[in-house]
Design a protein around this ligand. Structure first.
Ligand code: FCB
Length: 441
């Protein structure tokens, strides 16, 4: 890879990320079911109708997986703690085996010199709470806060950093308006509620974390480089609506205490009563911001469609296995924009960035030069953002392992380590080895 660890400040961390449902195997260890288990059982929702019941068997193989992080020279590991593994019904009785698993996992990271970066919600709404409306229910922040307290009392003393929620845009808009992720709703009222409640849950979780004495807390937001397909005024306006919903909604609520006008045009009539009263809770100071970035969105107006009347256009750049354009400059621009317009010199981490490819094992190895270039180019984009003032503190590759890619099942391979889903054998790819070499330089 075309960078060296020594190009970056000493406190800049390199690591890899995963999420519980995507790797652990939810059938192991007494976990309760979550909305992905039932979503996956409906025809057309998930390729191959696959779910996370076995995933990568990380619940059984976690020690080997932590060894991979250590042997790859990584400083930190971003993982998530599953709500229904800890509370199978979402509230009430605790699954002691689940809590013990995370206890051992965190100790295992520390033994290997890895800094634990915990995410409290990476998309597993317990089924029992999904029955009550999940993110659309006005009490969801209270349920979440109780879970946060229980898991924090168990492992909070040893985690290096805690994120409340992973990608609120996906939790709310992608899942309740576009219907692509569980619970698969296509309903603007549910979406507006989820978009507010997920932030309220973030705020409630921050309060609990502070009360428990935790001091390195943040949130992980995803951003895309939203651009109009051309200079036509209607396309520029459509891209601005998309930008407001995707890129501005969450960060403006947290840093400015308000929602963008272009988004409220559509959502205002559907917001939960009294939402304005929650903005102080939502706007508590962060210790850091996590940024997930994969691609850009090229957009045009879709006047025949309901609000926000915008649709994506296929762009001309080289694409990954997901069909996502490879656009590292977009990462630089987002980071610079965030520091300039919203967070100033608040520490930021790229908490996810990576690509899927149709990787195959040949003669015992997996050769993935496209991923080697992808990582080099995005790490360089981070360095450029730092030159332009962004206070970047780390980079986490998504993902350590090939894993359950949500609606795409097991078909899309994002890992630096290949997983054979029949044998569960892990094979580090060329990118893993090259990343390790760059980190050793
Ligand atoms: C992000 C998710 C992560 C993974 C990557 C490819 O949106 O946070 O779980 O699916 O995309």
């Amino acid at each position: 890879m075309e960078f060296n660890r020594s190009d970056f400040p000493e406190d800049f961390l390199f690591g890899a990320a995963t999420a519980a449902y995507q790797i652990e195997g939810s059938a192991h260890g007494g976990a309760g079911s979550c909305h992905w288990d039932s979503f996956a059982q409906v025809p057309g929702n998930v390729i191959g109708a696959e779910d996370g019941s076995r995933a990568c068997d990380h619940y059984l193989l976690w020690q080997d997986d932590l060894d991979l992080l250590r042997d790859g020279g990584m400083d930190a590991y971003r993982f998530s703690t599953s709500w229904p593994r800890v509370l199978p019904e979402g509230r009430g009785a605790v699954n002691a085996e689940g809590l013990d698993f995370y206890d051992r996992l965190v100790d295992g990271m520390l033994e290997r010199g890895l800094k634990p970066f915990q995410t409290l919600y990476h998309w597993e709404m317990p089924s029992a709470l999904a029955d009550l409306g999940g993110w659309a229910n006005p009490d969801v922040h209270k349920w979440f806060a109780d879970f946060v307290q229980i898991i924090t009392r168990k492992i909070g003393d040893r985690v290096h950093a805690t994120a409340t929620i992973n990608e609120p845009w996906c939790v709310s808009f992608l899942s309740h308006f576009l219907g692509h992720h569980a619970p698969g709703l296509r309903d603007i009222r549910a979406a507006a509620r989820a978009m507010h409640h997920v932030l309220k849950a973030h705020g409630a979780a921050m309060e609990v974390l502070r009360a428990e004495g935790r001091d390195n807390c943040g949130i992980v937001l995803n951003f895309e480089a939203s651009a109009p397909v051309d200079g036509a005024p209607e396309n520029i306006a459509a891209a601005a609506r998309q930008d407001a919903i995707f890129n501005r909604w969450f960060i403006e609520a947290i840093t400015q205490g308000s929602y963008p006008e272009e988004a409220m045009e559509g959502f205002a009539p559907h917001m939960p009563a009294g939402w304005q009263d929650d903005m102080a809770l939502i706007g508590q100071p962060l210790d850091w911001l996590g940024v997930n970035y994969y691609t850009r969105g090229l957009l045009r107006a879709a006047p025949d469609m309901a609000w926000p009347s915008v649709e994506p256009v296929e762009g001309p750049l080289p694409k990954t296995q997901m069909g996502w354009e490879i656009h590292p400059q977009g990462l630089r621009d987002i980071l610079v924009r965030l520091s300039r317009d919203y967070v100033g010199d608040l520490p930021m981490y790229v908490t996810e960035n990576g690509m899927a490819w149709d990787d195959r094992v040949e003669n015992g190895t997996v050769y993935d030069p496209a991923r080697v270039s992808f990582v080099s180019d995005h790490v360089r984009a981070i360095a450029e953002a730092m030159e332009q003032g962004a206070n970047m503190k780390g980079f986490f590759y998504w993902s350590l392992l090939d894993n359950y890619e949500w609606a795409f099942g097991y078909e899309k391979r994002f890992g630096m380590v290949h997983v054979d889903y029949d044998t569960m054998k892990r094979t580090p790819k060329t990118s893993y080895h090259e990343f390790a070499q760059a980190l050793a330089r």
